[in-house]
Design a protein around this ligand. Sequence first.
Ligand code: CTP
Length: 447
Amino acid sequence: MRIVLGVSGGIAAYKAVILLRLLREDGHQVDVIPTPSSLEFIGRATWEAISGRPVTTSVFEGVEQVRHVRLGQEADLVIVAPATADLLARTRAGMADDLLTSTLLATEAPTLMAPAMHTEMWQNPATVENVAVLRERGLQVMDPAVGRLTGKDSGPGRLPEPEDIKARVDELTGEGGQWYARSPRSGLELHPGVGVVQGEPDTAPSGRLSGRTVVVTAGGSREPLDPVRYLGNRSSGKQGIALAAEAAAQGAEVTLITGIIDAELPHPLPVNLTVQSVETAQQLQQAVLAAAEHADMLIMAAAVADFRPADYAQAKIKKTEDGQNPVITLERNPDILADLVRRRNASGRGPGVIVGFAAETGDESTDPLELAQQKLLRKGCELLVFNRVGEDLVFGQDQTEIQILASFGAQGVLGDADPVHVTGSKREAAVAVVGRAAQLLEATQQL
Ligand code: CTP
């Protein structure tokens, strides 16, 4: 399911991190919307790292994507944990003064609120009335747990335990549950016990890749520097997602491994497409090695960081009195693609067709196409998708221009005197790449 997890400003925000993890373990896609004041308790980096999704709190960020309306419209379920007295009041009043309250106002998805506040606040007639009105409107407002509060006091007001909130979600969205129905916007069935929304098994498409297993990587890796900072890149993941969708449409059993992405996954997710999300290059390597072992095809569209900070600072790196600038030492990440080709060639096991990507800018003295050809031979893969990149070319765009270069085995010979050239949408590029790779797979197996 697509879930929006709203977090308002209370000390119990830390428990929402555990709730997020539980939801992610079940395979849900979760967009976290913290209120600005909740960031005083848990920072944006934590939410982004655990959800694997970009996080914004203000309606003025990502304005071009109309996030304040879109997130709420696309959600199958909205959860707010903790819901403070202030958040309950603003929701009741229909206010829209931050991204979370705007989302609550724009959504038609079932909404579950888990309150947390001091007992006096919970029992104040204003809060009592707000809760009653929200419940009347069909929102589920859980009763807070009873127990020790932030200070020395205890009583009703504790945030229910993350496991209890999760159990409530399962209960409401499970078969026979109140929300086991069609989500009003998407028309999707909310299936019991299924982590991601999937199509009916008998709708699995049959096509050129039926019976094949395909692994696709997408998005950018992120290398943490300290608890709040990271080294990342501008990959949106759009091309990789389009490739995975196309391979699934051709009937393959697809595993899509994403780094950090800023693009929508196919909705609904086809039954033959599984999504796994990772953060660092090393995590990506482990996931690729495991998934590719029995795969027929691997498409490495992810933008993998070649370097990571050699040391991770446990505490935020601070400015120093002496005005010295910090020095960040980097170390090499594994080359996942080249390493996998080597392992396959040595063992004879692994994907028959491996596709790499090369985003090249070139410079005054070098033609980017030549760089891509050299890269194809260096990496040893069968196909290499080359695109030119620059400030306003390709990253995050829907349009692209690619050339599909082929090599003949590991002999260092370039194939295809006239490589496939596509100018168009990333979907069109995906159709061409998957088609060319499928053709090669069929040809290799006829040898
Ligand atoms: N790649 C990889 N592991 C890395 C870096 C890149 O598997 N550590 C993969 C990418 O997914 C892509 C291909 O290799 O399919 C080419 O990526 P690119 O970053 O262009 O290649 P580099 O090896 O980094 O080449 P260079 O630094 O010379 O540009």
